[in-house]
Design a protein around this ligand. Structure first.
Ligand SMILES: CC(C)(COP(=O)(O)OP(=O)(O)OC[C@H]1O[C@@H](n2cnc3c(N)ncnc32)[C@H](O)[C@@H]1OP(=O)(O)O)[C@@H](O)C(=O)NCCC(=O)NCCS
Length: 279
């Protein structure tokens, strides 16, 4: 078995294998992941057959593993373990200090055996709701993006400026912020023809009304498309807000960190995570 970097010609395979799990990706979603981490998305090959894949996304000190999947006929042969350890080595080679992933609750033991430990829980919600527009949030522009990225760095243990830049390029109408002499919060949404995701959603914890306004404006722009969001369960304000805005809980996942000395992250201002595959 060989593990090699995913290329553009592997994308139809990536869509097919993740479709079997019902993850709902389109080709452009994988193209975006490859653009963000050109050498860090991998395919497992066995006797010329593609048999598994995963992606990584790194943000300076933190690196995230996502989309871990092995073809249903090829499981239980250590392909999953080898792919994840390959990704860990890749991220260590980039001097990433914290390596994490979101695991389905029934797969926690699979990752624990490799040295990952549970850190916090995240609840995934979906909605078809449309909020009504509120006043007070602004659409992010190129000019304000550096300040939004600085605000994000204060509250997230890595540098997501490249991700925010890419999202602004692709979805400029779904990126909102609030400022009162300094940035108090932001939210962004991203869509494929099948569905939309909301996140990251980051806000001053003392201003939950601003977090709610950001979510409402983002929902308004999504116009009744099926939208998903994932919220750290310890953020009680965020859990209350998403339920009040009509979201329904689908499932929970466990955020797990690899051999970390500090496996409790300070996520106070994180109302919504970036996305299950991106951290
Ligand atoms: C999870 C997955 C990638 C593992 O791939 P794999 O190549 O079968 O994994 P390995 O052969 O390296 O390891 C298999 C071990 O992990 C355990 N394991 C794997 N997935 C598990 C799950 N969902 N629940 C419980 N145990 C699981 C297996 O029981 C097995 O343990 P055993 O050797 O004691 O029987 C694969 O099952 C898969 O693609 N599942 C569907 C997609 C998915 O759930 N991905 C994980 C997202 S968090």
């Amino acid at each position: 078995m060989e593990i090699r970097v995913m290329k553009a010609e592997d994308i139809p395979f990536a869509v097919d294998i993740t479709d079997e799990e019902g993850w709902g990706y389109m080709e452009e979603d994988f193209q975006r992941l490859i653009d963000l981490e050109p050498n860090g998305c991998f395919v497992a090959i066995d006797q010329d057959d593609r048999v598994g894949m995963l992606t990584t996304t790194s943000y300076g000190d933190i690196g995230w593993i996502g989309n871990v999947v092995v073809g249903s006929k090829r499981r239980q042969a250590r392909i999953g373990t080898e792919m994840v350890m390959h990704a860990v080595e890749y991220l260590k080679g980039k001097s990433v200090r914290n390596i994490g992933l979101y695991s389905y609750l029934d797969a926690v033991s699979f990752y624990e055996r490799m040295g990952f430990q549970e850190s916090f829980r995240v609840a995934r919600f979906f909605t078809f709701a449309k909020a009504s527009e509120v006043k007070g949030t602004e659409v992010v522009t190129r000019g304000v993006l550096p300040q939004v990225a600085d605000f994000d760095r204060k509250h997230f243990p890595g540098d997501r400026s490249q991700l925010l830049d890419k999202m602004l390029e692709d979805f400029p109408e779904l990126f909102f912020y609030v400022e009162e002499d300094h940035i108090l919060g932001y939210i962004l949404g991203f869509c494929s023809p099948k569905a939309c995701e909301i996140g990251p959603w980051v806000c001053d914890l003392n201003r939950p009304e601003i977090a709610e306004n950001l979510l409402r404006d983002c929902l308004t722009s999504l116009e009744n498309t099926q939208s998903a969001i994932a919220v750290p369960v310890d953020n009680e304000s965020a859990m209350r807000i998403v339920r009040r805005q009509g979201f329904l809980e689908e499932f929970q996942v466990s955020a797990m960190l690899f051999e970390s000395q500090h496996h409790k992250m300070n996520l106070n201002a994180i109302f919504g995570i970036g996305a299950l595959e991106k951290g």
